[in-house]
Design a protein around this ligand. Structure first.
Ligand code: ADP
Length: 452
């Protein structure tokens, strides 16, 4: 098959979160299976496209060929030529409406006019305009579009009057308005040929009021075309240099992490977290219980950036517990590696989690996840049972501090039972989170769309 995949983020070129990982791994895995894959990314100011491939009106498209089957195409236009992906200094760019409709438009034009592809696979709200534009502009001469929802919470909401800015008739939008506003997530959901989310549990959850972010009604309306496909991770990139047989080596990585973080020595359970500091990630329940958590005999390393209100709270925690904590309020790919390898336990108390990569990266590194039972976390983490030796982590269900702390306590108790601890780590390391499995499911879905 020939497949075009459009996304606002793609590793190794542009990343703020899991979207970049997921799309890059999928593209790579599909290409490895013999498909021809074209990825599309805006050419942000920090990307150096390689050779110029083709031009479409005022836009140039450059290409980096990763291998024979995998071509990365960059849409080059002054509007993308900035330091940020969505904004700078915590503020979104005011012209994101124009930026991402332009991106979507040029993806569709290129795919239909210049490349002979079978399927267009778009991702999140930034590309939600693509199927609407395609249907209005090209009528029946179109190809099937799959819309993947990586995060329903970000919907791309703009006033209807903005349609003028791009010269699109407002009639295009009028059947898809949400509370009077243009909503690109809703447009994607209602105009793509099929929709999927990045885990089976999240696909079910978003059809409820609790997780539907106001769009549950439309997701229920499209439930026949709504799928859940669990993401994988780039196992080659994340796998540790030790195996289940040389697990003792993990101790060295704990030492490295402790040294780098200025934590004192001693056989104390080390908890890590690598996260966007956003409400979604359960930061509120973590902060609410943090004094009780840190009154236990534990060490804690946090790596995260995001909401400034959380930054200042964690700065206070760092001052209050200088010996037990290492608080790193930044984006740091190397430190993330150190935490995934060096921590004993990894925290993910998410309020909701479409898939989640952190728990999978932790598991294959023998680092034990403590997670809320939601979305992709519920599909990948299973409570450890001492009686059977089955399970790979610790879970809690209700979104509140008390059950979260209880799960942490279960983890601390296991820490001194070294045989169970070892079993837990090995169970996690044996998981298969390779993207090949996900890619096969996507292939099946593409084929289904092609024969519909
Ligand atoms: P989301 O996409 O919602 O942020 P995921 O768990 O799906 O959450 O993916 C997050 C990815 O971003 C992981 O690969 C994680 O390691 C990485 N990440 C998040 N915050 C940071 C940070 N501050 N520094 C380095 N990596 C980070």
């Amino acid at each position: 098959m020939k497949i075009a995949i459009a996304s606002s983020e793609l590793l190794p070129f542009a990343k703020t979160g899991g979207l970049a990982d997921a799309v890059a791994s999928l593209a790579k895995a599909l290409a490895k299976k013999g498909n021809i894959v074209y990825t599309f990314l805006p050419r942000y100011g920090f990307i150096n496209g390689d050779r110029s491939l083709l031009s479409l009106n005022d836009v140039k498209i450059t290409e980096i060929e990763e291998n024979e089957n995998l071509h990365h195409l960059f849409i080059q236009h002054p509007i993308f030529n900035r330091k940020g992906i969505y904004g700078e200094n915590g503020k979104d760019y005011p012209d994101n409406f124009e930026r991402f409709t332009l991106f979507s438009k040029y993806v569709v034009d290129t795919v239909l006019k210049k490349l002979d592809v079978d399927i267009l696979h778009i991702n999140d709200w930034h590309t939600g305009f693509a199927p609407l534009y395609m249907k209005n502009k090209y009528g029946d001469n179109t190809i099937p579009v799959l819309f993947t929802i990586h995060n329903l919470a970000y919907q791309g909401v703009f006033p209807l009057s903005y349609a003028e800015k791009i010269g699109a008739p407002s009639e295009w939008f009028k059947d898809f308005l949400q509370e009077g506003m243009i909503n690109f997530m809703k447009i994607g959901i209602l105009t793509a040929d099929a929709i999927n989310t990045v885990s089976p549990t999240y696909a079910k959850e978003i059809q409820t009021k609790e997780f539907g972010e106001g769009l549950d009604k439309f997701l229920i309306q499209r439930r026949k075309d709504l799928y859940g496909i669990l993401n994988g991770i780039d196992v080659d990139y994340w796998k540790p240099p030790y195996t289940t047989k040389t697990l003792g080596m993990k101790e060295n990585f704990k030492k490295i992490l402790k040294n780098k973080s200025g934590l004192s020595d001693g056989d104390i359970p080390l908890f890590g977290i690598v996260t966007r500091l956003a409400e979604q990630k359960g930061i509120d329940i973590l902060l609410e219980g943090i004094n009780r958590f840190l009154s236990m005999n534990v060490n804690f390393v946090l790596l995260g950036t995001g909401d400034l209100k959380y930054h200042s709270k964690f700065e206070k925690i760092a001052k209050k517990y200088p010996d037990k904590t290492s608080i790193n309020l930044k984006f740091d790919a190397e430190l993330a590696f150190d935490i995934y390898r060096g921590a004993d336990f990894f925290l993910m108390p998410s309020r909701f989690e479409p898939c989640g990569l952190g728990q999978m990266i932790s598991l294959i590194n023998g680092t034990i996840p403590i997670v809320r039972k939601t979305g992709g976390l519920a599909d990948t983490v299973f409570e450890y049972r001492k009686e059977t030796g089955e399970g790979n982590g610790f879970l809690f269900e209700e979104y509140s501090t008390e059950p979260f702390l209880k799960a942490i306590k279960r983890a601390i108790n296991i820490y001194s039972e070294k045989e169970h601890l070892r079993k837990l780590r090995i169970n996690g390391m044996k998981s298969d989170f390779s993207f090949d499995k996900s890619a096969s499911e996507y292939e099946k879905l593409y084929e289904k769309l092609l024969t519909q």
